[in-house]
Design a protein around this ligand. Sequence first.
Ligand SMILES: [Zn+2]
Length: 227
Amino acid sequence: MTSLAGINFHGIGTPQRDLEPGEGPYWLSLRQFHEVLDRIAAAPDPTRFTITFDDSNLSDHDIALPALVERGLRGRFFVLTGRIGQAGSLGTAHLRALSDAGMTIGSHGIRHVAWTGLDKAELARELQDSRTQLEDICGHPVTEAGIPFGLYDARVLRGLQAAGYTAAWSSDGGRFRQDAFLRPRTSLQGSMNSSDLDAILSGRMAPLRRLRRAVGMVRKRWTVIGP
Ligand SMILES: [Zn+2]
């Protein structure tokens, strides 16, 4: 089975809204974003990379969509439904434009909160209501979720499956198999240089880091954190 690499973006260019604490490092400049896409497009098999976007920033539509289309690439966009139509975030027309262009729309929840910290009813609402709203806007099933802050545990994964999701994207880094339910991604940061990008795009991971990641993923899958 082919192993795939998940590359995760947040905002690109100049933010059009106030950022949350700790969010700034995950924004990339226009130049950095185009460099990553150029490298993926030039890879021997660009389909081995899955390109995803979290937080439904307006740059998903204004910058990422034309850049992907130009290079014949596809992306997955994980949307915060509580921000739909707010300044600096995607609105319903933007979501339809992304969907109509062949991009995948998924849920990132409603409020951008850690799903591990929610009680059962709140978790169900974040997972189900966001999905229903996106399905109403896009007119087709929404089956994938981007996990906020990459924070999950066994209960979150069960909740995602109970809510009908077929894939959940984390932030554990490294590669995954095409049929995996839990799919790790590497979130790119503005401070990354060309050699960092080389390592990420080539799938290289130091042996100790690879071991820590494997142990961490097993622990999160089986441990229930919080209420
Ligand atoms: Zn997020």
